[in-house]
Design a protein around this ligand. Structure first.
Ligand code: NAD
Length: 369
């Protein structure tokens, strides 16, 4: 039986509540000897600041670096609004992404049949939707230099952000896109704006070259990112894997998120380079939502995004694809049986809290497993 080391970082607000439900799922896998997950728990965000005066301690960073995967809850809250900028809760997440060099951000957008009416689009357009946005996470205009505001001395200022990509950054994210597509419907659509941005010209050139270098079995198409945004709301089911840069990925993944209806349903993964010995990538799995201070501590949070994030760890870090599918199917079945937390509540359905929703998913997993 395979053994894996997980670092759990529940964080703040509803983070520990939704992580509690993932712990039940992990315990279930251990109990049934499906895999052995050894867990350590650390502090991140405001809770780490309260304990150590930092948004994540060096000791917890070391644990993150040596773990097979980090499972992250959420950080932040009004209580830490006035802490120094470099110690704010989000700094913990940013340090994890930076120090672990997590350059690939995976955001699936899946519409469960039971929730198709919660989408901002009509049911036929989104029912059965299953696409994956792969966003480059550590380069591009958010990090490029110079990044500055200059006083021009005539009452005017000039602000500059720099969009910059090198070949290796585009090549490595394109490789992940093609590898992921092979585990899905084998299609990649690369989005940039080569018509007006020179970085887009290089992006398209490198993605095309990487495709020729051993990935020709995967269907590759290119689309201008603005047209891609339009197509995402016009006919989203045409896409399988979309690969794009940091800025366009930020925007397009939020658009895709809204196709699915609720923040409490959206998982994500961030992957880095593969380890030379194990071939396993550095990885962090987290729900897309934040710490939801408005409902924290009340047992109301929807744990599905957090549980689905753990399912992504099974799929992408541990090669347990069948079990990942079973967890996803258990989530769909739970929704099909009418269980709803407040954020996705619909007339005629059964409203439950965090723990009841987690138990219901586990019961479906038990029935299927
Ligand atoms: P949020 O995602 O925390 O909440 C937005 C709304 O969605 C709230 O009404 C909340 O109750 C609801 N919601 C979110 N997750 C839910 C869930 N699982 N179940 C039910 N309802 C849910 O975003 P926000 O309110 O803009 O931010 C709150 C705090 O979270 C801020 O401090 C922000 O900086 C932080 N934040 C952290 C992350 C992260 O940790 N990755 C991401 C976004 C925001």
């Amino acid at each position: 039986m395979s053994s894996y080391k997980l670092l759990l970082l529940p964080g703040d607000g509803i983070g520990p509540e939704v992580m509690g439900e993932v712990k039940k799922v992990i315990a279930w896998f251990n109990l049934h000897d499906i895999a052995h997950f050894e867990t350590e728990t650390g502090l991140v965000g405001g809770s780490a600041y309260d304990a150590h005066g930092e948004a994540i301690s060096n000791a917890d960073m070391d644990l993150a670096q040596s773990s097979d995967a980090v499972i992250f809850g959420a950080v932040g809250g009004p209580r830490w609004d006035d802490v120094p900028y470099d110690k704010r809760p989000e700094a913990g997440l940013l340090r994890l992404r930076k120090d672990m060099a997590l350059y690939a951000n995976l955001r699936p957008a899946i519409v469960y049949p039971a929730l198709a009416d919660a989408s901002s689009l009509k049911r036929p357009l989104v029912e059965g939707l299953d696409l994956l946005i792969l966003r480059e996470l550590t380069g591009g205009v958010y990090f490029g230099q110079p990044k500055e505001i200059t006083d021009l001395g005539n009452g005017q200022k000039r602000a500059v952000d720099t969009q910059v990509y090198e070949t290796y950054e585009i090549d490595r994210i394109a490789r992940i896109a093609f590898e992921l597509a092979r585990t899905r419907r084998n299609q990649v659509c690369s989005m940039e704006k080569h018509n007006v941005m020179i970085s887009g010209v290089l992006w398209k050139e490198v993605v095309t070259a990487t495709h020729k270098d051993g990935f020709q079995d995967v269907e590759l198409s290119h689309m201008l990112a603005d047209a891609g945004g339009m197509q995402l709301v016009r006919n989203p089911k045409q896409f399988d894997v979309i690969v794009t840069d940091n800025l366009f990925g930020d925007i397009l993944s939020d658009v895709a998120a809204m196709l699915t209806g609720s923040l409490g349903m959206l998982p994500s993964a961030s992957l880095g380079a593969a380890d030379d010995k194990t071939g396993r990538r550095k990885a962090l799995y987290e729900p897309v939502h934040g710490s939801a201070p408005d409902i924290a501590g009340k047992g109301l949070a929807n744990p599905i995004a957090m549980i689905a994030s753990f399912a992504m760890a099974l799929r992408y870090s541990f090669g347990m694809v069948e079990w990942a599918d079973k967890v996803d199917t258990a989530i769909a079945a739970t929704l099909g049986k009418g269980f709803r937390t407040g954020d996705i509540m619909q007339a005629g359905m059964k409203q439950v809290g965090t723990a009841e929703m987690g138990d219901a998913v586990l019961a479906q997993l038990e029935a299927a497993g």
